[in-house]
Structures are given as C-alpha cells and as structure tokens.
Design a protein around this ligand. Structure first.
Ligand code: AMP
Length: 287
C-alpha cells in the first residue's frame, strides 16, 4: 500500500520541511496545481520525482486569477482523491495553504508580467496572468525549490512563469511537461468535468483542428488560409471561439509570413459554458 503523504497548510511548516531536506543535501521540485488532479497533473509529479530527490505538490485554488464572473465558486475540489493519487506516486509533501495564509486581509501586492501575458488568453481574461504570476511568485519564494514543473497544456502560462522567474531572479529552473490527452485527443483538464455528454463528444475537435492547422502550415499552406479554415471549422461545430493563432514558440509574437523557427498553434474557445484551451507545435519542415 502507498504510504500517506503529509500535508502542511502554513508557509512556516513548508519551509521547515524543505529546510530539513536541503540540510540533508537533497534537491526539491515543486508542482503547483489547483487540485482535482488528473493524469496531466500526475505526469508532472512523475517528472518532478525524476528530476529531484523530493517532490512537493501545492494545491490551492487561487482566487486572484478568477474574474468575478468566472467559476471560482464551482471549481472542482477533491482533497481526499488528490491525496490518494499523490500518495501512489510517492509525493513527499502536499502544500495546501488556506486563503488567509496566502492572502491576509491587507495583502497589497500584484505581480504583472507584460509582453508574454498580452494577447491570447490575456486579451479575454485581463486579470488572469497577473493572478497566476502573483501566486506563482509567492509559491516559488515560499518553497524555494530547485525546479518547478508546469504543463505545456497552459503554454502561455508556462512562458509567463519562465519570464517571471528570470525577471525577478528567483533561483529556480522552470521545467515544462508535455500535454497529456484523453484517448480521443482532448487535453485533460479539471474543467472537462463541466462538459455535457454532447459537448464532450464535440470537444476533441479542438485538438484535431489545431493539429490539422499545424500540419497544413508545415506543408506550406499560407498561414492566414490555414488559420481561417481552422477557425471556421470550430465555429461551425458550435465552439464560441476566443482565438486560434500561430505564434513564435518562445516570444509568442505573431508569425505572419513564414515559419522559420519553433512555432505553436494555440486555441482558446468556449463550448457551452466551459472554456477550453489547447496548443500544439508546428512540425518542423524536413530540410
Ligand atoms: P491547474 O491545476 O489547472 O492549475 O494545472 C496545474 C498544472 O498542471 C499546470 O502547470 C498545468 O499546465 C498542468 N496541466 C493541466 N492539465 C494538463 C495536461 N493535460 N497535461 C499536462 N499538464 C497539465
């Protein structure tokens, strides 16, 4: 049977555990999550265990990244299930702080990462990335891990976190893990639980469409043509499209004429009331 995983709820207790590991010469990885864990999250925990001696998983549904109209109140929570899944992976510690621990009543600081936060998800969710940047900066400073692991699934978020760690000289290596998908291609997400059976049947089209757009672009189809075809396909299938774009994989700048380096096709769309995002790399042209 898997052993139990300890849970700490205060920064002080977290620091004490991490300090003991460090004193023993061990390395530490942090995997920040909002809980309701699925295989996507668990793949990051496995990666963390591979790259460091100790893996800490934080579970905190961060209120500062939700707009008042969004799903903070109904966001799925499953602390007991999460603890079992993490125990099976030999996770070393769960950090599950209270809201008061993270944001005392006079909390006054906001971290804002310009540039990579702008456009894509940042355009329609204006407070989202500053909420993410604020909580991730806090988690990194609270834990001071050697590495922190984030999923490619939230690709723009991964770049925001990389920029934040670099700009603020936080001594941590940010590691990205590949997107984990359902057998039909839908990227795993805690929010998939909101989909009705009918929406769930339509949802994999998000992934197949961006795969097709990426393949068409790699095959030399004019970029705007390929993007337009992808957008039209999703709209026809009842998605309320937020964006479908081709961007430079490092800078997230738009690519208009020609792909001459790593590039990604990114999409954000509502299916009914559920917001879904996904992204894929554009395959490299053979020389
Ligand atoms: P969340 O709990 O949604 O905030 O996600 C926590 C971390 O898990 C983030 O770094 C996400 O990018 C990552 N993640 C979520 N879904 C997936 C997935 N399907 N594949 C890989 N990573 C994921």
């Amino acid at each position: 049977m898997a052993k139990r995983v300890g849970t700490v709820r205060s920064v002080r207790a977290l620091r004490k555990r991490v300090a003991a590991w460090r004193a023993a010469g061990e390395t530490v990885a942090l995997v920040p999550t909002m809980g309701a864990l699925h295989e996507g999250h668990l793949s990051l925990v496995r990666l963390a265990k591979k790259r460091a001696d100790r893996a800490v998983v934080s579970i905190f549904v961060n209120p500062t990244q939700f707009a008042p109209s969004e799903d903070l109140g109904t966001y799925p929570r499953d602390e007991v299930g999460d603890r079992k899944k993490l125990a099976a992976l030999d996770t070393d510690l769960i950090f599950s702080p209270t809201e008061k621990e993270m944001y005392p009543p006079d909390f006054s600081t906001r971290v804002q990462v310009a540039d990579v936060s702008e456009g894509l998800c940042g355009a329609s969710r204006p407070q989202f990335f500053s909420g993410v940047a604020t909580v991730v900066a806090k988690l990194l400073i609270q834990c001071l891990p050697d590495i922190a692991v984030f999923g490619d699934k939230d690709y723009q978020q991964l770049l925001v976190v990389r920029r934040l760690a670099r700009d603020l000289d936080i001594p941590v290596k940010i590691v990205g893990g590949p997107v984990v998908r359902e057998p039909d291609g839908l990227a795993m997400s805690s929010r998939n639980a909101y989909l009705t059976p009918k929406e769930r049947r339509i949802a994999p089209l998000l992934h197949s469409t961006i795969e097709d757009v990426a393949a068409d672009i790699a095959a030399g189809r004019p970029i705007e043509d390929a993007l337009t075809a992808g957008r039209e396909r999703l709209i026809a299938a009842a998605f309320d499209l937020d964006y479908l774009e081709l961007r430079d994989a490092q800078s997230l700048k738009p690519i208009e004429d020609e792909v001459d380096g790593p590039a990604r096709v990114l999409v954000g769309a509502y299916l009914g009331r559920t917001r879904l995002i996904d992204n894929v790399a554009v395959p490299r042209k053979r020389p």
